[in-house]
Write a new protein. Structure first.
Length: 143
């Protein structure tokens, strides 16, 4: 997982938990951590399979949480990694849900943000429309 938020000064998640689900009801935690002012790379310990990916905000801060772009990868034995195709994916969020799709539109000039100060319980979720295997995410919060 790559959380890149260097250009949205301070709009990184203070704390996060990444959950994966095949059905949108039963969730498995695959990673937890704390953000910082630089790009954060988080690579999962193993390949996971799921249809839904949810990122829960676990901290509080006097700034918004922003995501300019969100990418999902499955590592391959190739020189250049290419993210999974996001065509047809659906994004949703606890706050500002109408802008959630901006995080998966291949345009880093658009973004989703919480429209509120960071607080535990805020979340961002992607429905990949089918189960897929992956081992790396990119959360770009940098513009």
């Amino acid at each position: 997982i790559i959380l890149d938020y260097s250009a949205s000064s301070g709009d990184y998640p203070v704390g996060y938990e990444i959950l994966v689900s095949s059905d949108g009801a039963s969730w498995n935690s695959v990673a937890t951590g704390k953000g910082n002012s630089n790009m954060l790379f988080v690579i999962l310990d193993q390949t996971v399979k799921g249809r839904y990916i949810k990122i829960n905000q676990t901290g509080s801060k006097d700034l918004y949480w922003s995501i300019h772009e969100f990418y999902v990868y499955k590592s391959e034995e190739v020189a250049e990694e290419v993210p999974l195709d996001m065509t047809g994916w659906i994004a949703s969020a606890s706050n500002n849900t109408n802008a959630a799709q901006n995080a998966i539109d291949y345009d880093d000039e658009t973004r989703w943000d919480t429209e509120a100060l960071q607080a535990p319980g805020q979340w961002f979720m992607v429905d990949m429309r089918k189960e897929q295997e992956f081992d790396k995410l990119v959360l770009d919060c940098t513009k």
